[in-house]
Write a protein that binds this ligand. Sequence first.
Ligand SMILES: Cc1cc2nc3c(=O)[nH]c(=O)nc-3n(C[C@H](O)[C@H](O)[C@H](O)COP(=O)(O)OP(=O)(O)OC[C@H]3O[C@@H](n4cnc5c(N)ncnc54)[C@H](O)[C@@H]3O)c2cc1C
Length: 528
Amino acid sequence: MSAPDAIVIGAGHNGLVAANILAEAGWDVLVCEEQSVAGGAVATAEVIAPAFRTDLFSAFYPLAAASPVIRRLDLAAHGLRWSRAPAVLTHLLPDGRSATLWQDPAQTAASLATFHLSDGDAWLRLTAQWERIGDRLIDALLSPFPPIRSAAGLARQLGMGELLRFARMAAQPVRRFGEETFRGVGGPILFAGNALHADLPPDGAGSALYGWLLMMLGHSVGFPVPVGGADSLVKALIRRAESHGAQIRTGAQVASVQVNGGRATGVTLQSGDHVTARRAVLADVAAPSLFEDLVGREHLPVRFVEDLANFQWDAPTLKVNWVLDRQIPWTDADARSAGTVHLGVDMDGLTDYAADLSTRRIPTRPFVLLGQMTTADPTRSPAGTESAWAYTHLPRGLRLKSRQLDAHVERIEARIEAHAPGFRATVRARHVQAPADLQAYDRNLVDGAINGGTAQLHQQLVFRPVPGLGGAATPIDRLYLAGSSAHPGGGVHGACGSNAAHAALRRDAFGGGAKQLIRADLMRRIYR
Ligand SMILES: Cc1cc2nc3c(=O)[nH]c(=O)nc-3n(C[C@H](O)[C@H](O)[C@H](O)COP(=O)(O)OP(=O)(O)OC[C@H]3O[C@@H](n4cnc5c(N)ncnc54)[C@H](O)[C@@H]3O)c2cc1C
């Protein structure tokens, strides 16, 4: 393909979603991926032992299963099958109690009622509200900002008073939301732990919305995993894109984006090859890298470059993968059924952990997110064994030495051992991914950031990646930000890639030139 219509830089799931949409619309699409394998932070390998499949990054996909973007691609027709653990998520409290999210609302209600009798009903009220507004809300969250149509539908559905109350809930810190909604500690800790799947601390504004969203998705679609490994999702995306004629070239690092007269016209590869793009360049690339390294400041408004200097990364991640001789011997029965297990801290402990991350102290009591992959999908390792991982975050800006990382791995394992005596004896082998290892595999995961930049309120919506129009368009005509640095941010939902692809299609459609003039004028006002 000498001059494709579109070049997509990066074959993360967002790049592949964009390629699917453009190829389906009849465009010639070339995807350039620098690694030897496509998928970015959706990857599986037998890194520890044969027949033990390890998801190297993301593993549970409630956002993908609920995303209208991914649903519309009908990946089942291209080989994707989902599998689920019996229980969605268990949070193990330091005092030995546990709270468990099940897809069956009555089971979750029963778990929360062990903390306070009224908390089961509180959960049932939340799930009933979700049944009314869930679909519209997902649409609103994953569309380009502002999501006028779905927000209007939501307003009609809820009425003014309920809409205002819902907006207030969404803006709350998740700790406050927990206090207002539940009387016991089980409900609040489940919501707060979910908010920390993004980097949203219990006392941070807006953390209630993210915690609430993941809890509701856990209830409605579970935390599913692709049968065989996370890479089954990527393989399905590739098969579908190729069936529409897209080309995916691995081992092709893009070194720069060519800009002529304020318009993106193609890319230059690290090999020195130039490829011209006739209609658009879409970048599944972290915002700072796209604009500073690939485009170059000289092509950007000064004010935009200044805003980009304030771009905030999310916290680095330390991940440990294990091959286990048998299931983790949790003393808590629910934890033995859960795909995801949270442990290490209670609500105050979560706040302490978040404070440690902010104040650059290595948390002595880390919050641990653990995945039991064979429990979620029996194909991940031989019967009776477990392929498991856990991760926790570290403060940004500390360059930890290997002995400090080892000590932290030891802290993680000690926390698990406390809830599962005999855990260490089940470990046949371990594999550690330090922040630098995550970045070495996927340069978007800068210092082990998992979200393409903080998900806190000041960098969401029209503030993502910098104050602007909240869409995929950039100050360069026909260049679109298609990765998780763009609204709506991290997670495997495909919305960033979809928004970019649709923006490129609209730009090229009848009337696209006039709209571009209006957009360029707005950008000039924002960045002058
Ligand atoms: C440890 C970890 C756990 C996570 N857990 C979950 C989870 O359970 N569920 C969930 O929904 N999300 C999870 N996430 C977040 C989720 O994986 C990411 O938000 C998502 O995969 C980002 O997708 P993307 O397509 O935007 O970018 P990426 O997946 O980062 O893909 C970008 C691709 O672009 C390539 N690239 C970059 N620059 C260039 C260049 N110059 N030239 C060529 N190629 C280039 C990279 O090599 C990479 O393949 C997790 C992330 C991590 C790291």
